[in-house]
Design a protein around this ligand. Sequence first.
Ligand SMILES: NC(=O)c1ccc[n+]([C@@H]2O[C@H](COP(=O)([O-])OP(=O)(O)OC[C@H]3O[C@@H](n4cnc5c(N)ncnc54)[C@H](OP(=O)(O)O)[C@@H]3O)[C@@H](O)[C@H]2O)c1
Length: 328
Amino acid sequence: MSSFKALVATKGEIGPNLAFTDFAEADLMEGDVTVRVTHSTVNYKDGLAITGKAPVIRRWPMIPGIDFSGRVETSGHPDFKPGDLVILDGWGTGETHLGAYAQKSRVNGDWLVPLPAGMTPADAMAIGTAGYTAMLCVLALEKHGLKPADGPVVVTGAAGGVGSVAIALLAKAGWHVIASTGRAEEADYLKGLGAAEIIDRNELSNPGKPLAKERWIAGVDAVGSHTLANLLAMTRYGGAVAACGLAQGMDLPASVAPFILRGVSLLGVDSVMCPKPRRLEAWARLASDLDRDKLAAMTSTIPLESVIETGKAIVEGKVRGRVVVEVG
Ligand SMILES: NC(=O)c1ccc[n+]([C@@H]2O[C@H](COP(=O)([O-])OP(=O)(O)OC[C@H]3O[C@@H](n4cnc5c(N)ncnc54)[C@H](OP(=O)(O)O)[C@@H]3O)[C@@H](O)[C@H]2O)c1
């Protein structure tokens, strides 16, 4: 394959110009491992890149797509050999390094995680960066010392990718999960994943008080802005919120009151530059803890050609759960 199918973004006046083209293998960027990409996914960040709603792409031309799974074709890296199945999340892929919406990718082998035993490449992208980030949030709460016996956990952006995987993981671990959603019609879906209670996201999305009635001991927040501020204000003494997202906004109009009067902690979660040992821990826990039937229930599959329309839909909050992209 001296050339292969790829979605290429070039700089446009308003947002990127996108076209499926034959991309020459010789034009791939530097790296010691070349991977035949079999699957990718559409995360919120992919939607931001495709629509140009945020400056995710910082090198032109770019192949978008922040994560993939696939099979190693050639390797100069000691940890990988041809035929190995691998996962890549982040490290600037689809931002500054040619990304996942292509049949091939050449990357630094240090960025790759071996596909865990018992997981298929399609499973890995059903989880994707959104699901791996949900796992990082759960790990952050656990490392803070929080346990299901301490009280309920709230998950915001519940019907989205991070939210859906977080609910499934937390419910499996025995937590009483309160799911916050703007899609009341998804109540049965969220209960199927393990949510014990559903609340309307409007309860959290408007400006609130510095401290409010204590409702939960822990939180996973994919939304930011007033929602995160209210989550903190409603967290019980000694609790913590793991924050990973900005679906409502990047701002945080909060006060220090929950921190200094209730000992509440805000735990920041980043998936892109997350060190390798934590990634390996997260993927091992996903392999052992995430119920495959629940993963199937939250996942739909699209061909590579549909990533543009799905990218637009995800930033409009119209995608439920997770989307696997068959790269083919
Ligand atoms: N820190 C990291 O490394 C990292 C990694 C992955 C993702 N993220 C971030 O996490 C967030 C979720 O990613 P995702 O891939 O799960 O996206 P997603 O599938 O689109 O989920 C986001 C969910 O947020 C809710 N939402 C959307 N607009 C909202 C608004 N204006 N106000 C309140 N809630 C709103 C919706 O849930 P309901 O319909 O249920 O209300 C939506 O489904 C994104 O901001 C993404 O950038 C960060």
